[in-house]
Design a protein around this ligand. Structure first.
Ligand code: PMP
Length: 371
């Protein structure tokens, strides 16, 4: 029996995608080999990586002056690559301790903080707004960037606390950079408003191992010479993501997921499905006497939905949470514990989570509440 996996990532993949991958496991496209066995420079592999890029461009309506890179190191490596490539002009940067340019970053939780911490190793990070005062349950107003900022960083969807930006901030000529790891392709997003967009694959795109970077062409080529080859956008761009061996199989899986999404009707169609799924759960939480959503309505994520018991006594609250997580797992509703740093519960309902999974969760919550 397949379970409903509410994990924040790696998370569920669409069943037809897994079935197609299984059918092609030992012989992909009549090549007599698995994609795992193919040389990344072979004629058999070339159409696979090309297809993934074409589909992504098509689904996200990526303008022609943007490059798509398939990289490794997770979204976490982008916390370093972005400042190394965008925040140091060739003249200024002598090394990690050399002269620095400034960036502005909005603190909306742990992933934004990690981007800030890594960035601060290479550049000056100005955290111009934060929602820490209310445990990150909202998105703060975004102050205008500094005129000299190399870029302006926001985390579009905050996986742990379940918030999402309601509007794209206007940063004028300062490139806007965003982490969309936990919301890529969940609804339409105007790529042209951003300088750089990045996402780890393991939530909405495919298995872990590949990270997508969408970067405006004019932002490529600014890394100082000492930045290692593997961390340079100019090299990965010049080599078409084939500077070294890429995560070939993960890229193939991304292609299958994108094909599935296209057949479903693309981002408009999935956005409708996602809004419906999220509304089912949020509406239930509004009426529940036992659980509530701590997130301000305007900023609620469609993908990650935390909920907490209405219980002030810490011990009783912890007991409810423990019982909820173990009893839900016993009926095939997996990984509903909140992030280890914030507690509570959290349902991650990415593109591949069927509506029936959300309904099964709500029905379990109703029974749990009664018992
Ligand atoms: N950013 C966000 C918003 C995330 O949710 C995560 C992972 N959960 C990361 C960054 C880190 O991604 P990775 O594990 O691919 O480095």
């Amino acid at each position: 029996m397949r379970v409903y996996n509410f994990s924040p990532g790696p998370s569920m993949l669409p069943l037809p995608v897994l079935e197609k991958a299984a059918a092609e496991m030992c012989d992909a496209n009549g090549t007599g080999q698995s994609v795992m066995e193919m040389s990344h420079r072979s004629a058999a592999y070339k159409p696979i990586i090309e297809k993934a890029e074409v589909l992504l461009r098509n689904l996200m309506e990526i303008p022609s002056n943007y490059r798509v890179l398939f990289l490794q190191g997770g979204a976490s490596l982008q916390f370093s690559m972005i400042p190394l490539n965008l925040a140091m002009s060739k003249e200024q940067a002598k090394g990690p301790d050399g002269a620095k340019r400034k960036i502005t970053l909005i603190d909306t939780g742990i992933w934004a903080q990690k981007a800030a911490e890594e960035g601060a190793k290479y550049t000056e990070v100005n955290i111009s707004a934060s929602s820490k005062d209310k445990a990150y349950t909202y998105i703060p107003n975004a102050p205008a960037p500094g005129a000299d900022d190399a870029y302006y960083h926001i985390t579009w969807n905050n996986t742990i606390v379940g918030t999402k930006w309601a509007d794209i901030p206007d940063t004028g000529s300062v490139p806007l950079v965003t982490d969309i790891s936990s919301s890529i392709l969940s609804e339409p997003l105007d790529v042209s408003r951003f300088g750089l967009i990045y996402a780890g694959a393991q939530k909405n795109l495919g298995p872990a191992g590949v990270t997508v970077v969408i970067i405006r062409e004019d932002l490529i080529g600014h890394a100082p010479a000492w930045v290692p080859a593997m961390l340079r956008y100019d090299i990965h761009n010049k080599e078409g993501s084939l500077y070294n061996t890429p995560p070939c199989y993960a890229i193939y899986m991304v292609g299958l997921v994108l094909e599935w999404l296209k057949a479903l009707g693309g981002t408009e169609a999935i956005a409708g499905i996602n809004r419906k799924k999220a509304a089912l759960l949020y509406d239930y939480l509004e009426t529940s006497k036992m659980f509530y959503s701590p997130v301000e309505k305007k900023y609620r994520s469609l993908m990650n939905i935390p909920f907490v018991p209405r219980e002030d006594d810490a011990e009783r609250k912890a007991a409810i949470e423990k019982r909820f997580v173990s009893e839900s797992a016993a009926v095939g509703l997996m990984n509903l514990a909140g992030h280890r740093l914030v507690g509570g519960m959290r349902a991650s309902i990415y593109n591949a989570m069927p509506e029936d999974g959300v309904k099964a969760l709500i029905s379990f919550m109703e029974k749990f509440e009664k018992s």
